[in-house]
Design a protein around this ligand. Structure first.
Ligand SMILES: Cc1ncc(C[n+]2csc(CCOP(=O)(O)OP(=O)(O)O)c2C)c(N)n1
Length: 630
């Protein structure tokens, strides 16, 4: 039996949030240690986000202790740091199901708990949502507090400022806790990070810590007055208004976020300052706190696979083919050696996109713009307008944020921004918030756009070169998460002919036209169908825009059944094919045409293979679809 599961732990005695509020401060400190231990144990078995949660254990305990959750609305930004929150709010026994099929989500989710008043996973939504809730409380005459907990990384996103600017003009009891750990996934970028560091490194912050510890020493249970003194002292470090005060917030901080005894009096005090209007509490924490392998690692164990608790050694993924991400990064980096105009942009995902490799080789041509996808796209447009070749490398799900920028700043001006769209399709444990479901639909309807999808690593390489050569309009290529097929790498890669697909295998009864990475599953399906005497053609469209209309016509007229397949929502490749056929009078009454797309629902997190099954996109489901027809 582990220490934590033995009956005498405080955590085991917590049956409801009310039990936490009965504890004295010493026991709250012990509880925090137990929560941390519990979290390390769970994540060591499930994998997931570790560093961020470790950094907010004390803060989470203090928030639930001081505020009347779930009546008071506690909203965590992104939601990847909520494992301690889940442990404290009735989900402890489900922690080992985290990120698995039918198990707990890795983020906050309204359907999972009344303690998750707002679902998240994309950054910088918390202040807007909390403000909406504060307004609703006001209109409904409810005396509740709205509390947004947001990291310094998420604070690089514009939405946070839009929300603060709005909140600043309202006298509502909105509380923003800025969890400043001086980290995003990678080190944070930009002026905000420098500004926060300046606040923290001021000598006054250091002396505040001393004052606070004196207060704590003398008064084991600091009363409101002493708390106010400490808080007023904290405010005093800022001579002449901070940025936050300019935005209309009452600024308090910086406060040591790992010291529950310091946090509680300050939080109690702001809880009771209803008339104060919006308040920002600047809390300083350390990502990975309390677990040395996390503290010592460069990324502070932001996201981990299963690991050994003693050593911190993570399970290595089985050796196999390169990931699509690394194929992309290697190819672009090699290309950039010859083509000095190539520049690469990421929105706070240098390692996730593989661009850290590019950054190493070409630091001057690499730009991490922070969690700012909208800005990333318009910034790329500016680079393109001056003749550079920007590769805006953004996950499909996050590029959703920048739709107007793609249309207004890039496409209308026919600027050759290259969109490298990683994580296109289903992504597994991160679930529906991170699935790349919509990019085909939202890009293929934009005039002039060239839209490609890679079926394998060699085609991805071809598409990168193709995009590099497109200088008169925007282009995009999408590729999935995870390992590539494992093909032999072709040394000399040629660009593709724009708008031309390829036939992979010839048959005469069934035609499957795949756009993207379901190609190999389509080939498997074709083999099964062949065995049943249904000779199947498999083709790879490569382009959704422009469509290979000649190929489509051929497939339709020479087969009994014609099926398109893509990893995306309705409105994508299949829809464009159908529209082409109807608008050109190519459909016959007896045309047997079907498109396989994602079902019209959000597919919950599970192993990727299971998710593909749910989406009817595995080989067996494709075969079933065909047989149903006959
Ligand atoms: C719009 C958007 N872009 C990118 C991400 C990927 N992402 C997840 S967490 C994270 C870093 C967040 O940093 P911070 O808010 O400081 O939290 P920390 O992990 O440091 O606690 C990023 C970039 C995201 N969730 N949403």
């Amino acid at each position: 039996m582990t220490e934590n599961s033995s009956y005498e732990t405080i955590l085991n005695r917590i049956n409801s949030i009310a039990d936490i509020r009965q504890l004295d401060e010493d026991n709250l400190v012990k509880l925090a240690d137990e929560v941390r231990q519990e979290m390390i144990e769970s994540v060591s078995e499930t994998g997931g986000h570790l560093g961020a949660g470790l950094g907010v254990v004390e803060l989470t305990v203090a928030l639930h202790y001081v505020f009347n959750t779930p009546y008071d609305r506690l909203i965590f930004d992104v939601g990847h740091q909520t494992y301690p929150h889940k442990i404290l709010t009735g989900r402890k026994n489900k922690m080992k199901t985290l990120r698995q099929e039918k198990g707990l989500s890795g983020f906050t989710k309204r359907t999972e708990s009344e303690f998750d008043p707002f679902g998240a996973a994309h950054a910088a939504t918390s202040i807007s949502a909390a403000l909406g809730m504060a307004v609703a409380a006001d209109l409904n005459k409810e005396d509740r507090r709205s509390i947004a907990v947001i990291g310094d990384g998420a604070m690089t996103a514009g939405m946070a400022y839009e929300a603060m600017n709005n909140a600043g003009s309202m006298k509502l009891p909105l509380i923003v806790i800025l969890n400043d750990n001086d980290m995003s996934i990678a080190p944070p970028v930009g002026a905000m990070s420098a500004y926060l560091s300046k606040l923290i490194s001021s000598s006054s912050y250091r002396s505040l810590r001393e004052v606070a510890s004196q207060v704590a020493k003398r008064l084991p249970r600091p009363i409101a007055n002493t708390a106010r003194k400490a808080e007023e002292y904290a405010r005093g470090i800022v001579t002449g208004g901070t940025l936050f005060e300019e935005l209309g917030f009452y600024y308090i901080g910086p406060i040591d976020g790992h010291n529950i005894k310091h946090l509680i009096p300050v939080l109690k005090n702001i809880r009771d300052k209803r008339e104060q209007g919006p308040i920002l509490v600047h809390v300083v924490t350390h990502k990975g706190y309390g677990y040395s392998p996390a503290e010592e690692s460069i990324d502070k164990f932001h996201g981990v696979s299963k690991f050994n608790i003693k050593t911190g050694t993570q399970d290595k993924s089985k050796k196999g083919s390169l990931t699509y991400t690394s194929v992309f990064a290697n190819t672009l980096t090699n290309l950039a050696k010859k083509d000095k105009k190539i520049v690469a942009i990421t929105a706070a995902m240098p390692s996730g996109t593989g661009l850290d490799l590019f950054a190493e080789k070409f630091p001057d041509r690499f730009f991490d713009v922070g969690i700012a996808e909208q800005h990333a796209v318009t910034f790329a447009a500016g680079l393109a307008a001056e003749g550079l070749k920007p590769f805006a490398t953004i996950y499909s799900t996050f590029l959703q944020r920048a739709y107007d920028q793609i249309i207004h700043d890039v496409a209308i001006q026919e600027l050759p921004v290259r969109f490298a769209i990683d994580r296109a399709g289903l992504v597994g444990a991160d679930g529906p918030t991170h699935a790349g479901s919509f990019d085909i639909a939202y890009l293929a309807n934009i005039p002039k756009m060239v839209l490609m999808a890679a079926a394998d690593e060699n085609d991805l390489r071809r598409m990168i070169i193709t995009a590099a050569n497109i200088n008169d309009r925007p282009s995009a290529f999408r590729y999935p998460r995870g390992q590539s097929i494992g093909l032999k790498i072709i040394k000399k890669i040629e660009p593709l002919v724009i708008g031309k697909g390829r036939i992979i295998k010839k048959g005469n009864k069934i035609a499957i036209l795949s756009f993207g990475a379901r190609l190999y599953e389509s080939i498997k399906a074709a083999e099964i169908l062949d065995e049943k005497g249904l000779n199947t053609t498999v083709a790879d469209a490569r382009f959704c825009k422009p469509l290979d209309t000649k190929l489509i016509k051929n497939l339709l007229s020479n087969h009994d059944i014609f099926i398109t397949i893509e990893e995306g929502a309705t409105g994508g490749f299949g829809s464009h094919v159908m529209q082409y056929l109807t608008n050109n009078n190519l459909l016959r009454i007896n045309s047997n045409i079907q498109s396989i797309v994602f079902p019209d629902k959000f597919i919950e997190h599970a192993k990727p293979e299971a998710m593909y099954k749910m989406a009817n996109m595995d080989a067996i489901s494709i075969v079933k679809k065909v047989l149903k027809f006959l």
